[in-house]
Design a protein around this ligand. Structure first.
Ligand code: NAP
Length: 244
């Protein structure tokens, strides 16, 4: 039976690369997006033209009613979801003293509440089928902390706590909950950084290069596989050795 995966924030970057990999691995792929409708629809059309199974679903993951509507649409199209990748995220650089309440709340709304909303919406089906894989995309900054990114680092650290606590709660239901902590990856999220900044980040990465979305996808696929059933509550760094 074909399994269904929901990848949040799959219109671009790491989520898009993950969606392509899951499609090639034989999953029905629900591609969530928020603002990039054209990109998501075009991407799904390309996957379907290549014989894969994908559909785009709009939802701001921070809004529960939109998430519930999305999950019900996915159920109608593909049946229940057995793999959830909480990937949708935003980042922002600011001095801590300049982080407004609004900036703080938005950071947590997308990165943390988004994972809460999506996970709570898919869990009943996973519990019912006694199988599930939940993979949260954190960041190396959630482990080590980044200067001028206190709200981002705190939100990504929260996802690690979320992962560990939920792993304990859902283990007996056949559901694993794991976390991937990427290093610096060449996506839109880093497009504001200067070449000089990227060079510094590259130099501080032991393998001597910036990551690709595909580098992160390998770790996500590992946690999604049936063979990783004895691993839960783990944080797997895919960062070229940046955090050691
Ligand atoms: P990206 O290229 O900026 O893409 C972000 C994705 O998240 C887009 O598909 C965007 O969808 C979606 N998104 C943003 N807000 C959303 C919302 N409210 N609801 C639903 N979707 C939303 O980012 P990326 O680099 O691929 O990052 C993916 C994940 O990896 C994030 O969680 C990020 O924090 C994490 N990460 C990235 C890096 C890095 O260096 N790139 C490093 C560590 C961790 P729309 O365009 O449709 O709005």
């Amino acid at each position: 039976m074909k399994r269904t995966v929901l990848i949040t924030g799959a219109s671009r970057g790491i989520g898009k690369a993950a969606a392509a990999a899951f499609a090639k691995a034989g999953y029905n792929v629900a591609v969530n997006y928020n603002s990039s409708a054209d990109a998501a629809e075009k991407f799904c059309a390309e996957l379907n033209c290549s014989g894969f199974s994908a559909k785009a679903f709009k939802a701001d993951v921070s809004v529960r009613s939109q998430v519930d509507e999305m999950i019900s649409g996915i159920r109608d199209s593909f049946g229940s979801i057995s793999v959830l990748v909480n990937n949708a995220g935003i980042a922002e650089q600011a001095l801590f003293t300049d982080i407004s309440e609004e900036m703080w709340d938005r950071m947590f709304a997308v990165n943390v509440k988004g994972a809460y909303n999506c996970t709570q919406a898919v869990l009943p089906d996973m519990i019912h089928s006694k199988y599930g894989r939940i993979i949260n995309v954190s960041s190396m900054w959630g482990i080590s902390g980044a200067s001028c990114e206190v709200h981002y680092s705190a939100a990504k650290a929260a996802l690690i706590g979320f992962t560990k606590a939920l792993a304990k709660e859902e283990g007996l239901s056949g559901i694993t909950v794991n976390c991937v902590a990427p290093g610096v990856v060449a996506t839109d999220m880093n497009s504001h950084l200067s070449e000089e900044d990227m060079d510094i980040l590259r130099e501080n990465t032991p393998v001597g290069r910036i990551g690709t979305p595909e580098d992160i996808v390998e770790a996500i696929l590992f946690f999604a596989s049936e063979n990783s059933s004895f691993m839960t509550g783990q944080v797997l760094s895919a960062d070229g050795g940046y955090i050691l």
